[in-house]
Write a protein that binds this ligand. Structure first.
Ligand code: SF4
Ligand code: FE
Length: 483
C-alpha cells in the first residue's frame, strides 16, 4: 500500500478492537469519543500533510530498505540532513495542531532499535536485526502509526526491576515458549497508544544480569489479546463532553492523550522479538531512544510555542496593548527562547553521525542540552504569555453565559477590547491561551516538557557523561602553561 490518506488512517484505526477505559467506562467507539477524537485528529495531520505537494519534501522520503516512498515518521534517518528535516517536520506539525501529534515516539524507537539490534546481533549472533527490519518494512508498506513504549511504572525507585516487591512493576518475560514469549507488566504515559496500529516496547533503564527477564524489546498490535489502556485525566478534559462544546475547549480540533497500558500475559511471536535477555544492551537502547526523543522536542514544542506566541500577540492586539514597549519586549523574549530551543534541535541534528548499522544518530550531548532547555523555557514562555493575556484568561465566563440571553449581551459589552474586534474573537484567543498554558494542551507543552523523554536529572547525568571535562581541563592547562 502507498501512503494512507488521513481518512484511510482513521478507518484503519476504527477497525482495531482496542480495549480502552476512560473516566470509569469502557470506550466502545474511541474514534467517535469527544475526548479522544482530537488526539486522533493530531495524528491524522501527519497523514494529511504527507499528501500535500508543498510539504512533500519534509513529510515524505524514500525508504532506505525498499526504495519506496514513505512517510518520514517511518524513516530510518540516512544523513544529518534527514535529522534536520525531522525537526523541521515536527515544528510544522506543532504549528498545525498546537498539540502532541504522537507519531514521533515510534519514529524515535525505530531508529534506536534499528541500530541497537544490529549491534546485539554482532555480539551475540542473534537474529533481532533481521526481525526488526522485517517489522520496519511491514510498517512502511502499510503506513502504520507505531507507539514507542519505554517508561515502566517503576515501583520503588530505589530498587532494580528484579528486586521489586511486585515483580510486574517493570515489564518482563513470564514465559519462554518454542514459538515466542509471554510478557506481563505495564508502560506508563503512553502518548498516542490509542491512535496507533502497533506498539514497540523497549526496556526503560540499563540493567544488570539478574534483570534478564526485563531486558526485552518487541512489537505487538495495539489490539493484541491481553492489552488494556486506561486513559489519563487531563486538566479541563471534560469540557469536551459539554453540549455544544466549542469555544471553551480552546483547541477544538486537536489534542493529545496518554494512557497507562497494561500487558496481561501478552504473547509475542519469535519474529517480533528484538531483545530477549541481553541485559548489557538495554542501556544502549534506552540512551539512543532518549537521545532521539530529546531532539524531537526541539521541533514539536517549538511549533506549539509559535502558536502560543501568536496567540499572546493577538491578545495584546485585541485589548489595545500591542504598542506598549514592555509587551513588545515580552514577545521578543518569548521568540528568543523559542528559537533557542529550535537552534538546539537543529544543532544536535546537524552534528549527527552514522551508527554501525548505517542509520544516523543525533549528537547526544547537544540533544540532552536541547531537552534540558525544554524543561525550562516553555515555563517561562507560558509565564510571559499569561502576563500578556491578563487575568481575564482565567476569569472569563463560560460559553454558555455568552449564549444565555440574560447575560450574553452584558458579557459582549463589558468584555470588549478594541472596537474593531468582536468579543467572541477575543474570547477564542484567551481560551486558546488557557488551553496551552493550563488546560489540556499544558500536559504536552508544560509537564511533558519537564518529564517527557526523561526528567531533567536524566539529561544532567548525560551532560556530565558527554561533557568531556578532562578535555576542557587540558585546554585550560595549555593556556595557563601548566605542565
Ligand atoms: Fe512528538 Fe512532541 Fe508528542 Fe513527543 S511530545 S510524540 S516529540 S509531538
Ligand atoms: Fe513525548
Amino acid at each position: 500500500m502507498a501512503l494512507m490518506t488521513g481518512e484511510q488512517y482513521i478507518e484503519s484505526i476504527r477497525k482495531l478492537k482496542l480495549n480502552i477505559y476512560m473516566l470509569g467506562k469502557k470506550i466502545e467507539s474511541p474514534i467517535d469519543d469527544p475526548i479522544l477524537r482530537p488526539s486522533l485528529n493530531s495524528v491524522k495531520m501527519t497523514y494529511d500533510l504527507a499528501q500535500m505537494e508543498e510539504y512533500e519534501d519534509l513529510m515524505t522520503t524514500k525508504s532506505s530498505l525498499t526504495g519506496e516512498k514513505i512517510n518520514r515518521f517511518l524513516h530510518l534517518h540516512q544523513s544529518s540532513e534527514d535529522l534536520v528535516k525531522k525537526v523541521k517536520m515536527q515544528r510544522l506539525l506543532g504549528q498545525k495542531t498546537a498539540a502532541c501529534f504522537q507519531r514521533c515516539v515510534g519514529m524515535d524507537a525505530f531508529n534506536a532499535t534499528f541500530s541497537t539490534t544490529y549491534e546485539v546481533d554482532k555480539y551475540y549472533n542473534t537474529n533481532y536485526h533481521e526481525n526488526f527490519k522485517n517489522f520496519v518494512k511491514y510498517a512502511e508498506e502499510n503506513d502504520l502509526t507505531i507507539d514507542g513504549a519505554m517508561t515502566d511504572p517503576k515501583g520503588d525507585r530505589g530498587l532494580s526491576p528484579s528486586k521489586q516487591a511486585d515483580p510486574d512493576l517493570y515489564l518482563r518475560v513470564v514465559e519462554r515458549r518454542e514459538d515466542g514469549i509471554v510478557v506481563r507488566g505495564a508502560k506508563a504515559h503512553q502518548t498516542g497508544m490509542c491512535n496507533s496500529h502497533e506498539i514497540l516496547v523497549m526496556p526503560t533503564i540499563a540493567m544488570r544480569p539478574e534483570d534478564k527477564d526485563y531486558a526485552v524489546a518487541f512489537s505487538v498490535p495495539t489490539d493484541a489479546e491481553g492489552i488494556t489502556m486506561i486513559i489519563g485525566r487531563q486538566s479541563c478534559d471534560t469540557r469536551k463532553l459539554e453540549e455544544d462544546a466549542d469555544l471553551d475547549v480552546g483547541n477544538k480540533n486537536f489534542g493529545g492523550v496518554e494512557a497507562l497500558v497494561i500487558f496481561e500475559d501478552v504473547f509475542v511471536p519469535n519474529e517480533r522479538i528484538f531483545l530477549n535477555g541481553e541485559t548489557d544492551f538495554a542501556g544502549m537502547l534506552v540512551e539512543r531512544f532518549a537521545g532521539y526523543h530529546r531532539q524531537s522536542y526541539g521541533g514539536c514544542k517549538v511549533g506549539v510555542g509559535d502558536v502560543l506566541i501568536g496567540a499572546a500577540a493577538l491578545a495584546a492586539d485585541y485589548n489595545g496593548a500591542a504598542k506598549a514597549s514592555h509587551i513588545k519586549d515580552k514577545l521578543i523574549e518569548m521568540t528568543h527562547l523559542n528559537e533557542t530551543l529550535y537552534a538546539c534541535g537543529i544543532a544536535c541534528s546537524a552534528e549527527g553521525h552514522a551508527t554501525k548499522a548505517g542509520n544516523y544518530q543525533i549528537d547526544l550531548l547537544l540533544a540532552n542540552v536541547c531537552k534540558q532547555n525544554i524543561t525550562r523555557f516553555p515555563y517561562e514562555i507560558v509565564r510571559l504569555a499569561e502576563d500578556i493575556a491578563g487575568g481575564i484568561m482565567v476569569t472569563l465566563p463560560s460559553e454558555k453565559d455568552f449564549k444565555n440571553p440574560a447575560t450574553g449581551s452584558l458579557l459582549d459589552k463589558y468584555l470588549k477590547g478594541v472596537a474593531e474586534v468582536s468579543t467572541v474573537d477575543r474570547m477564542k484567543i484567551l481560551r486558546l491561551l488557557e488551553n496551552i498554558c493550563l488546560g489540556t494542551a499544558a500536559v504536552g507543552y508544560r509537564t511533558e516538557s519537564m518529564h517527557g523523554a526523561g526528567s531533567p536529572q536524566a539529561q544532567r547525568i548525560m551532560i556530565a557523561r558527554q561533557g568531556n571535562l578532562s578535555h576542557k581541563k587540558e585546554l585550560a592547562k595549555a593556556i595557563a602553561r601548566i605542565e
